[in-house]
Design a protein around this ligand. Structure first.
Ligand SMILES: *Cc1c(COP(=O)(O)O)cnc(C)c1O
Length: 397
């Protein structure tokens, strides 16, 4: 029997909802409620300050990093949790640039998530050393990797189209030109197998509230390859990345290994919330998840193309070149997504005209895919999107 009929029962899914937005915020694992409530009562409630030692709060950032490591092809001790993804991009990019001091170009693509590009722009200003950010079309990236580039900063899976870069090949090309690589795994971790060691990646970052289901604002993670981790000088040199935080020395000395990428006090409650989410990942392999995700995406594409000829697929047709989401272009896509949400099918909209549907096998099955395709067909063929109430955009789309 497929493990997914069991994993689906481990989530709280609102009644009569088909949730295709786990690429933005995963649903709540049922066990999270109890787990956090117990922590609040027994640890924060009863132990208060003693919790840092007695309940092991201080080591949670590495313990949870060690549980994410196998999902991304890393070893224990190479991944640490903390802060948000944008902060982790800043840390990794600053460290990567410092490893290539003679070069001035950060190469990325125009399919990258804006926050990663904004962080690069801000860092360039702060450093004030004439770095430039070059963003090229995703399919052209390999042509622009040359000996001028300091860092290749890419998100493996495009948040809008689901297009997937060839991490291993691009990293090899980058290394052949002396370029340091930084991969953002926001739409990869928990969606498809990632092999950081096998791809020889230098830096990687990712978030845990998307496919890992860690909850809104769940902490991000950062990976640094062993050849660099003890060479980098953290730009955000907070006290918890110090070699001896409780010696309260006046001068910063970096901790050994990945610990130096800590900044300040860890978000303990949010880290606790991740534990039951990761327990579910112990029940499946990422290869099983990938296989099922491809099957669900292909079913959705087939059904939608048969039922809604006016929509254009905006994701790669070849599953090997796609993450775990499918996008269709439609000018009135915002209204369509609103009309579908009112019927219980939750996708999302990414400007200018992308309707985005994420397929997470842990809690989405074939029946859900068929329900979603049926509602999409009804909304399109009856022009249900064409109502004033669906035209006003909310703050979060
Ligand atoms: C989701 C996402 C982010 C979000 O960053 P936060 O700091 O967690 O808000 C950043 N980069 C990429 C590529 C993303 O997909």
């Amino acid at each position: 029997m497929s493990p997914f009929s069991h994993t689906k029962t481990l989530f709280h899914l609102p009644r009569n909802v088909v949730y295709l937005d786990g690429n933005s915020l995963g649903p709540m694992p049922l066990a999270a409620r109890q787990h956090v409530a117990t922590m609040m009562r027994n640890e924060w409630g009863e132990q208060i300050i003693k919790g840092w030692n007695d309940a092991g709060w201080m080591s949670l950032s590495t313990q949870i990093g060690d549980r994410i490591a196998p999902l991304i092809g890393a070893e224990p001790g190479q991944v640490i949790m903390g802060d948000t993804l944008s902060i982790k991009v800043h840390q990794a990019l600053a460290a990567a640039l410092a490893l290539n001091p003679g070069r001035k170009v950060i190469l990325s693509d125009c399919g990258n998530f804006p926050s990663d590009l904004y962080i690069a722009q801000g860092l360039i200003k702060t450093l004030d050393r004439e770095h430039t950010l070059k963003t090229v079309a995703p399919e052209d990236v390999s042509h622009y990797i040359d000996d001028q580039v300091a860092v290749l900063m890419l998100t493996e899976v495009d948040y809008r189209t689901g297009r997937k870069h060839d991490m291993k090949a691009l990293t090899a090309t980058a290394h052949a030109h002396g370029v340091i690589t930084l991969w953002d795994l926001a739409h990869s971790v928990g969606a498809l197998p990632v092999n950081l060691a096998g791809s020889n990646v230098d830096f990687a970052v990712g978030c845990t509230y998307k496919y890992l289901n860690g909850g809104p604002g769940a902490p991000a993670f950062i990976y640094v390859c062993p050849r660099y981790v003890n060479k980098i000088h953290p730009t955000l040199s907070g006290w918890l990345g110090h070699a001896a935080p409780f010696d309260f020395e006046l001068d910063y000395r970096a901790a050994r290994g990945i610990e130096r990428l800590r900044v300040g006090t860890p978000p303990v409650i949010a880290l606790k919330c991740l534990e039951p989410a990761l327990d579910i990942w112990d029940l499946v392999t990422i290869e099983q998840v990938r296989k099922q995700s491809i099957a669900l995406c292909e079913l959705f594409i087939r059904e939608v193309e048969a039922r809604c000829p006016g929509l254009t697929l905006n994701s790669p047709r070849n599953a090997q070149e796609r993450g775990s989401q499918v996008s269709f272009c439609f000018e009135e896509g915002y209204g369509v997504i609103q009309a579908m949400a009112e019927r219980g099918v939750i996708g999302d909209f990414r400007a200018p005209d992308n309707m985005r549907f994420g397929f997470a096998p842990l809690y989405i099955d074939e029946h859900d895919v068929m329900t979603a395709a049926t509602h999409l067909e009804e909304v399109i063929s009856n022009r249900l999107w064409d109502q004033p109430k669906y035209k006003t955009r909310a703050t979060v789309t």
